[in-house]
Design a protein around this ligand. Structure first.
Ligand code: ATP
Ligand code: MG
Length: 437
């Protein structure tokens, strides 16, 4: 099978070949091309040593990505291409980093160090080099390590999470022996940095096969997310519930759009149920304040996993308000709009759709309430209807001029806003002042 190479990649391969070196595309780009996708990033592997590569590309814009590890990034047409010298990874002593990197003239050695068979295929104009049956595994949709899984996971524990990530993103099965090794070696993830974990976790939950992976490997995720463990098999009593807490979470992750913020929100949204669970007099489960508690847990978890501030704040906000329901009246919606933006409301509706979709049949449908809310939002926007303090036809200064001082100014403004929202006073300055005094 022929793989279509972008002209920039052909240029790089030609330069290396003309310089007397072997050069191939490798890794994700070859895998994705064989699956019929158009790859974003192309990585090149070559027998040229780093100094030789640097010399051949001296007229190009380059970035020294990690010459010690043999990688030079060449920029062509504003796009980066990583060129890495064939290498053997030395002994691993910390389950993550090789003690040393040894350059080798042999492609075979370079392919042997790669994590999975589907990522260990090389390609250039002479054809495909597939020493580990990667093509067959792609054909059969299987993730399998290159070589003994226990050994490969011990070298680098991150590969455990990468296996789950690729299975989720590519929609592949993990070969049963590899799956056993993943469960058996899961503790190795303790040695992996939070940044690496969070990058792989984000990709994993955004994958099309996330549901199956989350359902099959909660023990693995619990190594760095111990809050998950008690949620697994945690029964929710009452006719509203169709699943235990973890299965419910997995369904909601599965049905929400494949966006990092939304998927993280669903992954964490109900972890607050475990510490807040109580049975009422009918014997049904109650989870008072679980959203607020969950929001705090989400903040702690995402901070621990070193997610960026924006993600931490947004996800913990969405978790703490995930119990938002489509409002029954326009006034109720306007009360929400005092503190939430229209975008917040729309996002909370998307969250609610997935959340309700994973309850028992009778509780699933919120399409009517959602459509009504969206219509009211449009009306509010079109008519510039007053919902926030800054929409009021009166300011703090006006209120002070009317003789009100200190914290009473804020209280007065809020009272006026409530009056306008409830329809008790028109949003017009003189009427507002009369209403106030
Ligand atoms: P993506 O589409 O996410 O970029 P990718 O396969 O290109 O997928 P990268 O993380 O970019 O994944 O890594 C590029 C290649 O380097 C992989 O295909 C694999 O051959 C090799 N590789 C990356 N990380 C490891 C690792 N931890 N252990 C062994 N090989 C690895
Ligand atoms: Mg890549």
């Amino acid at each position: 099978m022929e793989i279509k190479l972008p002209s920039d990649v052909t240029e790089i391969l030609n330069i290396l070949h003309t310089g007397g070196h072997e050069a191939y595309c490798v890794g994700g780009a070859v895998r994705d091309s064989l699956m019929g996708f158009t790859p974003e990033d192309w990585d090149i592997t070559t027998s040229a040593r780093p100094d030789e590569t640097a010399e051949l590309f001296k007229d190009y814009k380059t970035i020294d990505t990690g010459l010690k590890h043999g990688t030079l990034t060449v920029i062509i047409n504003h796009k980066p291409y990583e060129i890495t010298t064939f290498r053997i990874d030395g002994e691993y002593n910390d389950n993550r980093h090789p003690e040393e990197v040894i350059f080798t003239p042999d492609l075979k050695d370079d392919l042997a160090r790669r994590d999975f068979t589907v990522n260990a295929i090389a390609y250039n104009y002479e054809g495909i080099v597939d020493l580990y049956g990667g093509r067959e595994d792609i054909y059969n949709s299987i993730i399998r390590t290159v070589g003994d899984p226990d050994k490969r996971f011990n070298e680098d524990g991150l590969r455990i999470l990468r296996a789950l990530r690729f299975a989720s993103v590519l929609g592949f099965e993990i070969e049963p022996e590899i799956a056993s090794a993943i469960h058996r070696n899961r503790h190795l993830l303790k040695n992996i940095s939070a940044e690496r974990i969070s990058t792989e976790l984000s990709k994993l939950i955004c994958g099309k096969n996330a549901f199956n992976i989350l359902m099959e490997y909660p023990d693995v995720l619990s190594v760095f997310l111990p809050e998950i463990e008690p949620a697994v098999n945690f029964t929710q009593y009452g006719k509203k519930h169709a699943y235990d807490v973890w299965e419910h979470i997995c369904h909601t992750v599965d049905t929400i759009p494949q966006d990092k913020i939304l998927r993280l929100t669903m992954l964490l949204h109900d972890l607050g149920k475990v510490p807040t669970h109580k049975l009422n007099e009918k014997g049904d489960s109650t989870f008072k304040n679980h959203a607020t508690v969950g929001g705090e847990m989400a903040k702690e978890i995402l901070t621990r996993l070193k997610f960026d501030k924006k993600t931490i704040n947004r996800v913990s906000y969405l978790v703490s308000y995930h119990d938002f329901e489509p409002p029954e009246t326009k006034v109720e919606l306007k009360r929400h709009l005092k503190t939430k933006t229209p975008e917040d409301i729309c996002t909370l509706l998307v969250i609610k759709k997935s959340d309700r979709g994973a309850l028992s049949e009778a509780y699933r449908d919120i399409s009517e309430g959602t459509a009504q809310t969206l219509m009211w939002l449009r009306e509010i926007e079109q008519n510039n209807e007053c919902c926030t303090l800054k929409d009021l036809a009166i300011t703090g200064k006006d209120i002070m001029e009317a003789g009100i001082t200190g914290e009473n100014v804020g209280k007065a403004l809020n009272m006026l806003l409530d009056g306008v929202i409830e329809g008790k006073v028109e949003n017009e300055k003189s009427r507002l002042l009369t209403y106030l005094l």
